[in-house]
Design a protein around this ligand. Structure first.
Ligand code: 5GP
Length: 138
């Protein structure tokens, strides 16, 4: 079954379109975390940033950058959070890669905090951890 964003891309479900080209669609998020909260996604289905081909990823991120710039210049945002969740365990609820572009305004809560409890780094071997990840990069 098609995910909700594939259905929006195919025109089966309405959206508030912010930007479109051959490869990328950007729409307002149905739940506006702040005024102007936008989702940028590839038209070709891929599940998350982790499985997105690099050339498409570059196009999606370039559009996210331009939308963030517009939120500053047009909406008067004083900052922008640009983020993406990869996988259910990371909070991804729609299994179609998308980047959140969230304008931040004066008087807002400010910052962006992960609500997870921070790990005790004194119990970790950070050089070994860095090496482990480094050796896993393909
Ligand atoms: P995630 O939790 O996967 O990172 O983000 C999914 C986002 O998609 C949520 O912020 C949610 O509000 C938004 N969303 C879910 N369904 C729809 C929809 O039908 N239309 C639009 N525009 N946004 C949606």
């Amino acid at each position: 079954m098609k995910d909700i964003f594939c259905r929006i891309i195919d025109g089966e479900i309405p959206c508030n379109k912010v930007y479109e080209d051959d490869d990328v669609l950007a729409i307002l998020d149905i739940s506006q975390t702040t005024k102007g909260h936008t989702l940028v996604m590839p038209k070709h289905h891929c599940e998350s940033l982790l499985s997105c081909p690099a050339d498409i990823l570059n196009k999606v991120m370039a559009v996210a950058q331009r939308i963030g710039q517009a939120e500053v210049s047009v909406l008067g945002a004083k900052g922008v959070n640009i983020l993406t969740n990869c996988g259910e365990m990371a909070g991804q609820t729609v299994p179609h890669f998308h980047v959140h572009v969230i304008p931040r305004y004066l008087g807002g809560e400010g910052g962006f905090r992960l609500t997870m409890t921070e790990q005790d780094t004194s119990k970790m071997n950070l050089p070994v951890l860095a090496k482990q990840i480094s050796e896993g990069i393909k």
